[in-house]
Ligand binder design. Structure first.
Ligand SMILES: *Cc1c(COP(=O)(O)O)cnc(C)c1O
Length: 265
């Protein structure tokens, strides 16, 4: 009686994952309690988190200078977390955007709360039916980063090749495609993805960030949204969403069993 659900998110979870959640829910790994009933400081919980970091590192083939964080909230909250952490990399506090639809539109609004948002190319005239050309030679040198949505969920466009930038970090919103195709992370200073589409269930986001960019958060940044604090506390500035991390763990293991990102692609 399973229905086939083609929505981008919250979306279908592999059946073996749902079954494992059901089997383990009352008794997680033989501890006699559910994962949502135990402290986030227990060895079982810390092992789960560490395994998630290792699986993400392996599946995304991350170079060693990237941190894997499990941040609060979904993709839309990351549209604020990115500028809070990165817009002050340069004193001009400018974030550049390629506007490719609804989700970059939201990100443009969020970043403008912490500095200046500049749209360097827009697909608006085409009704967001194509990714616009970006003149990478004329980008503002005062800018802190360039934000793109690598896959534009509502408009069904995606970047095939990412803009080649001369040292300017790229920030990628990959909420609706993370781990579905091989990407070279090197040009990215940060990639984020809300859990609810490809990583399990709603409540947290994956943030992959280049280590050298940490430590520049604007002073108003809450503890849970400062990437450096999240990194230093191994994604536990305080208690976190055990259930989402548990579902994510099973999804990542399932994905690896299928042959990883190349096989899924
Ligand atoms: C779905 C989606 C979001 C929103 O994510 P939430 O986790 O619901 O906040 C953001 N960006 C993109 C590209 C999306 O597809």
């Amino acid at each position: 009686k399973r229905v086939i659900n083609f929505t981008a998110g919250p979306s279908t979870i592999p059946m073996p994952v749902l079954q494992r959640i059901q089997e383990e829910f009352l008794d997680f790994q033989g501890i006699g309690a559910s994962i949502i009933e135990i402290s986030h400081r227990t060895p079982q919980f810390e092992a789960l988190l560490a395994e998630n970091v290792a699986l993400i590192t392996e599946l995304l083939e991350l170079p060693p200078n990237y941190k894997v964080l499990f941040a609060a909230g979904g993709g839309v909250l990351q549209m604020a977390m990115a500028p809070m952490n990165l817009i002050a990399l340069k004193p001009a506090r400018k974030a550049l955007f390629v506007d490719t639809g609804i989700f970059t539109g939201r990100a443009i609004q969020e970043a403008a709360k912490y500095g200046t948002s500049v749209v360097v190319a827009s697909g608006k005239e085409s009704g967001f039916t194509r990714i616009p050309e970006v003149d990478t030679d004329s980008l503002d040198e005062d800018a802190s980063y360039l934000h793109i949505a690598t896959n534009n969920t509502v408009h069904a466009t995606m970047w095939k090749e990412f803009p080649k930038l001369n040292g300017l970090p790229l920030v990628g919103d990959s909420t609706s495609e993370i781990l579905s195709r091989k990407i070279d992370v090197a040009p990215f200073g940060m990639i984020f993805a809300g859990f609810q589409k490809n990583l399990g269930t709603v409540g947290l986001s994956l943030v992959v960030v280049r280590e050298e960019l940490l430590g520049h958060a604007v002073k108003e940044t809450p503890r849970w949204m400062d990437c450096q604090v999240v990194a230093e506390t191994d994604s536990m500035p305080s208690a976190t969403n055990a259930f989402a991390l548990c579902v994510c763990n099973l999804v990542l293991k399932w994905l690896k069993e299928q042959g990883g990102v190349a096989a899924l692609e």
